[in-house]
Structure formats: C-alpha cells, structure tokens
Design a protein around this ligand. Structure first.
Ligand code: SF4
Length: 346
C-alpha cells in the first residue's frame, strides 16, 4: 500500500528527499503546505516544481478523510465522525470557548479498556490509528476552527482509544504537532489523557516532552475504581498513584486527575477522605466531570448542589478541584457516543 506522507517524521521526510536526490529545503516547503497551510493534495503545493509534485504523488498519499457525519452544537462544539480507508469510524471534536479553541482527537478505532461510563468501549477494539490518521484529524478540525474567532490553540487526546496504548504513533504525531515546522502547538497546550497504563506513564516521563498528563481516576481507592475502570484490576489504584508521583518527580509537571461525578458512586463523603490521603504531597489538580449519561449504563448525575458540596470538601482538604462544564450535550460529544449511535443505526 502507498504510504501516507503524514506518517513521516521530519527526519524520515528529509531522509526520503536525500535518497531521492531532492534538495533538502523542499522538506520545509512540503510540511508548510501540509500542516500550517492545510492543503489536501500535492497539486496545491504552489512553489514545488511539477516533476517533484508528480514524484510525491507517485510515492505518497495525501488527502482528507471521508466525513460520515458532522454535527454542530448550539455552543459551537463540532463533532466529526470520519470513515477511514477500511471503513473504521473515528470521532474528533472541535471545542471553541471564550478563551481557547481545542481539538479532541482519537488515537484508536474502538477501545479495549471498557470504562463503564464510556460508549467507545461498547463496540470493542478494532485497531491503532497511524500517525497520519492522528494528524489528519487535526487538519480537519483546524480547517473547521477557521470559522471561529480564535485559532486552534489546544489539543487533547481524549477521543476514542487509550493514547498510551498506541505509544509510538502518538509520540510521532505529537512531535509533528509540537514542531515549529508542523502545527507549532506548544507542548504545554497538548494534553494526553490516560486510563492509567502504568508502564507507559513511566516511559512518557522519559520522553523529554512538556505535555500535560491527565489521568482518568474515577475512583478513590481500589474497590471504587474497580466499579468504573476495569483497567484498575491490571494497574491498581496504589500503583497508579505511585507512577504519577514518579512522573511528577521526573518531569516537574503537575498531573490532572479526571474524576467523573456519579451519584452515590464517586461523589460521596468518604471519597474525599480517601483522596486526601492518596494525594498527600502530590502536585496535582482535579477536574470534576458531571456524568454524561450513556443509555447502556445505569448511572445517574448528582444534583448541582451535591457536586458543589463535593468540590468544596476537596478544596477544604487542600486539593484544587474544578467542575468542568459539559459541552456539546446536544451532539453526543461525550467519548464514543456518536460513533456508537451510528453503529447501532447501521
Ligand atoms: S474512556 Fe477512553 S480508555 Fe476508557 S473506554 Fe472510553 S475511550 Fe476507552
């Protein structure tokens, strides 16, 4: 199969040009057309000579995804469902707010982790996404962001799949996103969200990247985390917190814990006590996420008063916590919901 040019790192592109006896400065021109300018074909690369365009067309693929579905929410949140070459479907979301414009990107088709609040795991895991498939989502979302006042500023790997389970392709994509010749988005504006794949958290710490790490905690000890996160049986709560401590020690970066508020399950007084003990001395903050109901699971969202009381108790215990405003509820913006809904229609 012909390779996609967006699967090439900067070093791989320059090595290809060298082996093809093409001037090295063409690498920068090619990347400028693909990433900052967002052209979808080699013919659109105005300053490349015709013979080089023909050569690139012969050697590489470059094009948009087929868009299966696109929904724009009242708050501007725009959700894409893309149909890949093998007809796997993946989701990406553009989230414009008053202060930033964020792209939420998928890293796998389907998911093997089966968190009990998420629609992505319901259809099972299909495959890893390539580096090209990761950055192409971003090209689509970036194009869409031009309709909004603020340029694309933040990337979150919180779409379908577990990013750290597709580690090599993720790292390659992040280097393209972060490069000043690529998307030129600062590492601190890139967030990797993980269910807590302990060995990969340690590996990430050694990459020398200043990216943000968000850990899906969704439980306050082993028994409570087991309810929602099957991964906790493989990487238990205490091991996860220890890996997070190590990550903070090595990177000097703060960790964010994502914590879904579910009535009577995670939003309880003993949760606060347990979290206070677990986080002692750890540089972290908590994002509290009101549960976004998925019809297949029976959980309930706490009342606004219950959520505020929970947040205040955490703050009183010295844990910085904020309640995240759910966005795009009318377009099924929660992880995997659009994909799952479309699968059920087909
Ligand atoms: S939350 Fe993430 S890791 Fe868990 S099932 Fe959904 S996509 Fe997979």
């Amino acid at each position: 199969m012909t390779p996609d040019i967006r699967d090439l790192s900067w070093e791989e592109l320059t090595a290809y040009l060298k082996s093809a006896r093409i001037e090295p400065f063409r690498a920068q021109q090619i990347w400028q057309w693909i990433y900052p300018k967002g052209v979808w074909n080699f013919d659109g690369m105005g300053n490349l000579p015709k013979d080089l365009k023909e050569r690139l067309k012969k050697d590489f693929l470059l094009g948009p995804f087929a868009v299966d579905h696109k929904v724009v929410s009242e708050d501007g949140t725009t959700k894409f469902l893309f149909d890949l070459h093998d007809h796997e479907k993946i989701e990406s979301v553009l989230i414009p707010t008053a202060t930033r414009t964020t792209a939420c990107i998928s890293t796998q088709a389907g998911c093997k982790f089966g968190c009990k609040f998420c629609a992505s795991g319901l259809g099972g895991w299909k495959r890893h996404l390539s580096c090209a498939e990761i950055v192409t989502q971003l090209l689509h979302v970036k194009e869409e962001s031009l309709k909004h006042p603020r340029p694309l500023s933040n990337i979150v790997f919180m779409g379908t799949g577990e990013p750290l389970d597709n580690f090599d392709n993720l790292m390659k994509a992040i280097r393209i996103i972060n490069s000043d010749k690529g998307f030129n988005i600062g590492a601190r504006h890139i967030t990797i969200s993980t269910v807590g794949v302990v060995p990969r958290i340690k590996e990430l710490a050694g990459q020398g990247l200043q990216v943000e790490l968000a850990v899906s905690l969704h439980g306050y000890d082993n028994p409570s985390r087991n309810v929602l996160m099957p991964v906790n049986r493989k990487y238990p709560f205490d091991e996860l917190i220890a890996a997070c401590r190590e990550y903070v020690r090595l990177t000097k970066r703060q960790i964010t814990f994502e914590y879904i508020l579910i009535k009577g399950v995670t939003c309880t007084p003993n949760a606060v006590e347990s979290l206070k003990k677990a986080f002692k001395g750890l540089i972290c903050k908590m994002n509290l996420i009101p549960y976004n109901p998925v019809s297949e699971f029976g959980h309930q969202t706490p009342t606004r008063q219950e959520m505020l009381a929970f947040r205040d108790s955490l703050e009183d215990s010295g844990i910085h916590a904020t309640i995240r405003t759910p966005r795009g509820k009318d377009v099924n913006a929660a992880c995997g919901q659009l994909r799952h809904q479309r699968q059920n229609q087909n």
